[in-house]
Design a protein around this ligand. Structure first.
Ligand SMILES: NC(=O)c1ccc[n+]([C@@H]2O[C@H](COP(=O)([O-])OP(=O)(O)OC[C@H]3O[C@@H](n4cnc5c(N)ncnc54)[C@H](OP(=O)(O)O)[C@@H]3O)[C@@H](O)[C@H]2O)c1
Length: 247
């Protein structure tokens, strides 16, 4: 398959990209400065840099990709982040808008390009990385929660209108994933609180019914399923050890 991955080398993205490359797929990447810095470590067919806060930059990046490649069979969208933690009353509107731009507007712009491309080439599969925070709010994360809830509905809208063009669209909504960044954050939080790293892990495990931890590798199987499915569309699939639906 020819797979376009947006943000191919982030915490979860680098594992997803390695998975598809090692399984013999052609991977094309669009990414920001973080992915650009890491691109030499991965062997993908093409990489074009973009800025998620500039519509013009995303339009240009997509045009460059389309000049060089005939089609894509799948589109995987991974950029995102909460950017800050603040109580609702203290959030500045310009900061709220920045979170929406990173998590949602960029998905509208790049998703629309992918949708139009696939519409003209016989269809394909779209997979968006949402979040359980878009299903159930977390304290001090209102902008992120709102943007991810919007992303979930964006995917459903692509699924609805895409059905007549053989385009399927779904969301993976992970819980807390043990990415390199989160592992580093847990180590420094443990130091601050005078706890051991192992104690921090035990506390995390207690938060979900399966009493486990979630790693980027645990997301590969479902991502693979959703880039290939011809039967599942319009779904938001939580991968969170039961935390959102059972707690
Ligand atoms: N890790 C988790 O626990 C978790 C849980 C639920 C949902 N998710 C979602 O899953 C996706 C991947 O998560 P991740 O942990 O792999 O994320 P990450 O590595 O922290 O960030 C993913 C990418 O988003 C872009 N990005 C993040 N902050 C940015 C900023 N301030 N300015 C510009 N670009 C920024 C970067 O793209 P480039 O690399 O292209 O520069 C970055 O590599 C995200 O959509 C995230 O919201 C993650």
């Amino acid at each position: 398959m020819d797979i376009l991955i947006v943000s191919p080398f982030g915490g979860i993205g680098s594992t997803i990209t390695s998975y598809f490359v090692s399984n013999g797929h052609k991977v094309i990447g669009i990414g920001g400065s973080h992915s650009k810095e890491r691109k030499e470590q991965f062997q993908i067919s093409d990489f074009v840099e973009t800025d998620y806060f500039s519509i013009e930059s995303m339009d240009n990046a997509f045009a460059k990709i389309r000049e060089k490649h005939e089609k894509i069979d799948a589109f995987i969208f991974l950029p995102g982040g909460s950017l800050f933690s603040k109580a609702i009353g203290e959030i500045k509107i310009q900061d709220f808008k920045r979170v929406i731009e990173l998590n949602l507007t960029s998905a509208v712009v790049l998703g629309q390009h992918a949708f139009n491309w696939m519409k003209g080439t016989g269809g394909g599969n779209m997979v968006f990385y949402g979040s359980t925070t878009g299903l159930k709010p977390s304290k001090k994360k209102m902008p992120y929660a709102v943007s991810k809830a919007g992303l979930h509905m964006l995917s459903k809208s692509f699924a609805l209108e895409g059905a007549s063009y053989n385009i399927l669209s779904n969301v993976i909504a992970p819980g807390y994933v043990m990415t390199k960044r989160h592992i580093e954050e847990l180590h420094s939080k443990a130091k601050k609180l005078g706890k051991s790293y192992e104690q921090m892990l035990e506390n995390l495990k207690k938060k979900n019914p399966l009493q486990g931890l979630l790693y980027p590798e645990d997301l590969c199987e479902m991502t693979d399923k959703l880039v290939k499915t011809r039967k599942i569309t319009g779904e938001v699939i939580s991968i969170d050890l039961g935390q959102t639906s059972l707690n």
